[in-house]
Design a protein around this ligand. Structure first.
Ligand code: BGC
Length: 759
């Protein structure tokens, strides 16, 4: 905390302080010219700067000041390239500065619980480690330019349905292992200047007033000292929110709340220091952003950023299927191409809501294909579909005609405009009927048929995928996606994206299917930690395309896995070799499997990844460092991460279902503090730590003196008695020795003895 901030704070009146903990308007913090406090501005969003022309409005349905539309979260998530996210983050920082924006409201790192989630396109992944690492890189890039990030939406806002009042019911282990980890990684690695809470309730309390979330976990455990701001109107009870550590209410001025806070301090209901703490954090943020902005560049090169948007889009494209070497398209053998589908000329490149950017320019896929073919291969075009729900016979006929008379067909398909947006969830993950009919008809006459998909979430393809040899996932990839897809189709770019979410065969395979979107003001996360691939693995259920899947035009071989154990850590290395004839990039994925554990664990969990460029014939060594946390689960009973001594398997592969190398080893971890004993602690709990074990054995020896059916705590009896609370064992066997003592008092006495020894 700087002296300047402390001096400023002490110069402010109570009313001024109460007014500072809310915005001045839709997008700015309050200024207090008398005290020399400037206001700072914040704008969306996750894949581009969305600054409304009229800056006191939301601007959700109008065009905004043009800025580069970078690939959306789902696309960047599929790049698996942290360096790229840093680069995009820095570019967003430059544009923010040029647009006089001190805080950019992103990235969004919520987990994808269901493919129906309306904002899935904004988020990176179903996996917390992938989201966390990419999010941290994005934040570092952005903040390197002197612009603060706002990591959102904290937490468990995984649906749009009733999100402003809905209660996410999530058990503590699932919360920690799945829904908070990405935020934790970003807070610890990248120190975001702000965190934005979500709208929803978490286990019955709005996240904006959630002390366990905002105080115990974010501040005390992760040591976060930046500003926590509300999502727009996510404050319900201002007093509770301030007490929980919600510093800044947005939008402002919310003068009614300022009056309430000042009155509460005056009446003694609210400690002034609670208000001071939030004001201090806000003033520190203002100081930091104004100082940093002065030393950073304030303009951007529109062409250079467009080029970066193209590069990022190209890195994110996932080649899902490619039979018979259909792709890349060689212009020697392919003299004519039928380009089919409205989206080839009217691209769908972003989702709706606060992440919708007005682009500076826009690549059209068809035009970019024309630039590459340059007359060597002729292109024809048919619209294919207009109303997505009703197949149009005439448009399909025209498409069939041009496909038949061409050497190859490329169909641009995807969810209709408006399907994926903030504000609502979708209700299906299939392509619309008009597009399915089109694909069936075209592939029936043209075996060399490529489907390019433009969508922001996992799709089901069962109805048509077996009919086409090649499918490319372009996602909603921003203003450069047209050039990027053209580059991939013709092999100027070797695709290197991998799925950051599982594509199920059908929607009902998804683990949240039975509860997602229930309009009951509740979202019960009954699938627990088994989200995404963790579920498909455990259920031995084949997805359409697994997490981490993505093909290349070249081939990679994995060799020589070496795992070196150093105390409670492991160093992992392997060689990756490009065995094909084209330069390419491979995403090497490291998963950990725990062979035996007290709590049920996933079959495998992602713990590291690296994207490696390789020339044909080139080999590189890839290394990973694993810490105890990478072997841990969160034990809700002990409220801590626990790594259990025992056997683990390290798996390295090209996708979660294409493991190329694995190695089994034993690791030893410090046992950590013994679990607290209680009246109903099980015999197994008593046996787990030396002190309690010793006390228990002595006690049983004593009990055995009074009975003939002696108790032995060997393996055999432990299988039977291990899950008995000690108090119940005493009720069964100890009546003789109890005399007039109750079993409960005997157990409490023993607990006291054990705790006395530990103390
Ligand atoms: C969204 C946020 C966004 C904010 C400001 C809210 O509705 O949930 O993601 O940053 O509006 O536009």
């Amino acid at each position: 905390m700087s002296n300047v901030v402390n001096d400023l704070l002490s110069s402010l009146t109570l009313e001024e302080k109460a007014s500072l903990v809310a915005g001045a308007d839709m997008w700015k913090t309050r200024d207090i010219p008398r005290a020399g406090i400037p206001s700072i501005a914040m704008f969306d969003g996750t894949n581009g700067v969305r600054k409304p022309a009229s800056t006191n409005e939301m601007g959700l349905f109008t065009e905004n000041i043009p800025a580069t539309s970078f690939p959306t979260g789902v696309a960047l998530g599929s790049s698996w390239n942290a360096e790229l996210l840093y680069e995009v983050g820095a570019a967003l920082g430059r544009e923010s500065l040029a647009l006089d924006t001190q805080i950019l409201l992103g990235p969004g790192v919520n987990m994808k619980r269901s493919p129906l989630g309306g904002r899935n396109f904004e988020y990176y992944s179903e996996d917390p480690v992938l989201s966390g690492e990419l999010g941290a890189a994005m934040v570092k890039g952005l903040q390197s330019m002197g612009v603060g990030a706002s990591v959102k939406h904290f937490a468990c806002n995984n649906q749009e349905t009733e999100k402003m009042i809905s209660n996410s019911v999530v058990d503590e282990r699932t919360l920690r292992e799945i829904y908070l980890t990405a935020f934790e990684i970003i807070v610890k690695k990248a120190d975001p200047w702000t965190v934005m809470c979500s709208y929803n309730q978490l286990n019955g309390t709005y996240t904006s007033e959630h002390e366990h979330l905002l105080k115990d976990i974010l501040r005390d455990e992760w040591h976060y000292d930046g500003v926590v701001m509300s999502d727009w109107t996510a404050v319900y009870d201002r007093l509770k929110a301030l007490r929980a550590g919600l510093d800044l209410e947005m939008p402002g001025p919310a003068s009614y709340n300022a009056a309430k806070l000042a009155a509460a301090v005056r009446s003694g209901e609210l400690e002034e220091e609670t208000l001071n703490a939030s004001v201090r954090r806000i003033l520190t943020l203002v100081e930091k952003t104004t100082a940093a902005a002065k030393s950073a560049e304030g303009t951007w090169d529109v062409e250079a950023h467009h080029a970066l948007a193209r590069k990022a889009a190209a890195e994110s494209i996932v080649l899902l299927k490619n039979e018979n070497g259909t792709l890349p398209i060689g212009m020697n053998e392919t003299k004519s191409i039928a380009v089919i589908g409205q989206k080839a000329k009217k691209p769908r490149f972003q989702g709706g809501g606060s992440a919708r950017v007005t682009p500076t320019k826009l690549d059209i896929p068809y035009d970019e294909m024309e630039i590459i073919t340059n007359g060597k291969t002729s292109l024809s075009f048919a619209e294919g579909y207009r109303n997505d729900n009703v197949p149009d016979e005439a448009l399909i006929e025209e498409s069939v005609r041009i496909a038949k008379s061409s050497d190859l067909a490329v169909i641009f398909a995807g969810q209709p405009e408006g399907t994926e947006s903030e504000g609502y969830d979708s209700n299906a993950i299939d392509l619309p009927p008009a597009q399915v009919e089109l694909i069936k008809a075209v592939s029936a006459v043209q075996p060399r048929c490529v489907v390019v998909l433009c969508n922001g979430t996992a799709l089901a393809m069962k109805e048509w995928i077996d009919r086409v040899p090649a499918v490319v996932e372009l996602w909603l990839s921003g203003q450069g996606s047209g050039a990027a897809i053209a580059g991939v189709l013709f092999g100027h770019v070797n695709p290197s994206g991998k799925l950051s979410e599982t594509f199920p065969v059908k929607l009902s395979d998804n683990p949240s299917y039975l509860t997602f979107g229930d309009g009951n003001h509740q979202a019960v996360y009954s699938e627990g930690i088994f989200t995404g691939y963790r579920y498909y693995d455990k259920k031995e259920l084949d997805p359409l395309f697994p997490f981490g899947h993505g093909l290349s035009y070249t081939t990679f071989e994995y060799r020589d896995l070496k795992v070196t154990i150093q105390g409670d850590k492991a160093a992992v290395e392997c060689q990756v070799h490009n065995t094909g004839s084209m330069e390419g990039k491979e995403v090497v994925q490291l998963y950990v499997h725990d062979e035996a554990s007290r709590l049920i664990r996933p079959v495998k969990e992602l713990k590291g990844f690296a994207k490696i460029p390789l020339q044909p014939g080139e080999t590189k060594t890839v290394t990973f460092a694993l810490e105890p946390r990478d072997f841990s689960y969160f034990d809700p009973k002990q409220n801590r991460w626990v790594a259990e001594t025992g056997a683990f398997t390290i798996m390295v592969g090209s996708s979660s279902r294409d493991i190329r190398l694995s190695s089994r080893m034993n690791l030893t971890f410090e046992p950590g503090p013994a679990p607290e004993l209680g009246l109903y602690s099980l015999i197994a709990d008593w046996m787990a730590a030396p002190n309690s074990r010793e006390a228990l054995l002595l006690f049983i020896e004593e009990m055995n003196r009074h009975i003939t059916d002696k108790i032995a705590l060997d393996d055999q009896s432990m299988a039977f008695l291990g899950d008995f609370p000690l108090v119940k064992l005493i009720q069964l066997y100890g009546q003789e020795m109890l005399q007039d003592r109750s079993p409960e008092s005997v157990v409490q006495e023993l607990i006291k003895q054990v705790n006395g020894k530990q103390a």
